[in-house]
Design a protein around this ligand. Structure first.
Ligand code: F6P
Length: 322
């Protein structure tokens, strides 16, 4: 019986548990043995694992976080660390490793696969939605809805006081969350890492909006925007907009928590099953994704390290609608 190892790695995202469940149950149906590592690559290096079966993943599809735990592992960034991980896999006869994670995890996984001839399959799970090869990543939809709910609430209090709010959402290198929550929350201005943020343009757009005597104004800023995020932006704007009571709200890690939406659960279930099928079909060093509602297999090394296209039409739309 062939063995598959599975782990969750990097920043957790809602739906990782649903993906793990789908991997375990599909592997069981397909006749694989399955071994789960705790704490991501750290657990892989330390040999922290246990064999799991279908009943071990009962009652987790709806849970946020990851029952396998996750980590950002510095040791795995070193050749020595990856060699230790490879030794654990070889000692346990684990020929295939499924990594449920984001860009940093896939980068590490690619190195492990190349250096030690291990079959690695990636399942894209990150709230940032910044992996090439899948229209959406697991957790993105949930994070969007969490951020949108928060923005709606901020709008209530902003409106009550006629205030200008700068709301920062997650996205170190990518503005997907900012763009879609900005549209869904009716933001007056959306600032993304993908588009140049000229501070004079920000001032002039805000002036245009505020002179229309809006009762409240809301700017959604991605944390990776070149202004440096909402706090720094507020410092740059404070003098010009001193007559407005400007407030900053950084949504932070609340966006990573909570039970996954239906859409994330379905995505995670499809991708978990697809990862096992990919192994069965002899694939290695690939990521399974969904493009135009169909499973797509992409070489792992093509999925990270470059900017995934955002839809600039949406950014234009936000300008028309503000
Ligand atoms: O997982 C992606 C992400 O949430 C980014 O949006 C954010 O910049 C980063 O992780 C935060 O990481 P950490 O939880 O390690 O501070």
């Amino acid at each position: 019986m062939k063995t598959i190892g599975v782990l969750t790695s990097g920043g957790d995202s809602p739906g990782m548990n649903a993906a793990f469940r789908a991997v375990v149950r599909t592997a069981f149906t397909e006749g694989f043995e399955i071994v789960a590592f705790r704490h991501g690559f750290k657990g892989l290096i330390e040999g922290n694992f246990k064999k799991v079966g279908p009943t071990d993943v009962s009652n987790i599809i709806q849970r946020g976080g990851t029952i396998l735990k996750s980590a950002r592992c510095d040791e795995f960034r070193t050749e020595e660390g990856r060699a230790k991980a490879a030794e654990v896999l070889k000692d346990e006869g684990i020929e295939n490793l499924i990594i449920i994670g984001g860009d940093g995890s896939f980068q590490g996984g690619t190195l492990l696969a190349n250096e030690h001839d291990i079959s690695v399959i990636g399942i894209p799970a990150t709230i940032d939605n910044d992996l090439v090869g899948s229209d959406e990543t697991i957790g993105y939809d949930t994070a969007l809805n969490t951020a949108m709910d928060a923005i709606d609430k901020i709008r209530d209090t902003a409106d009550a006081h006629d205030r200008l709010f700068l709301v920062e959402v997650m996205g170190r290198d990518a503005g997907f969350i900012a763009l879609e929550t900005g549209i869904a929350g009716g933001a007056e201005l959306i600032l993304l890492p993908e588009s140049m943020t000229n501070i004079d343009e920000v001032r002039s757009s805000l002036n245009d909006v505020l002179k229309e005597q809006r009762r409240s104004s809301l700017v959604v800023v991605a944390e990776g925007d070149e202004t440096g995020g909402a706090l720094k932006l507020s410092e740059k704007l404070r003098d010009d907009f001193s007559k407005y009571e400007m407030r900053v709200c950084i949504l932070g890690h609340v966006q990573r928590g909570g039970g996954p939406t239906a859409r994330d659960r379905v995505l995670a279930s499809r991708l978990g099953a697809a990862a096992v099928k990919a192994i069965k079909d002899g694939h290695s060093k690939v990521m399974v994704g969904i493009v135009n509602n169909r499973i797509k297999i992409t070489p792992l090394k093509m999925t990270f390290g470059k900017r995934k296209d955002i839809n600039f039409e949406l950014l234009e739309l936000s300008k028309t609608l503000r």
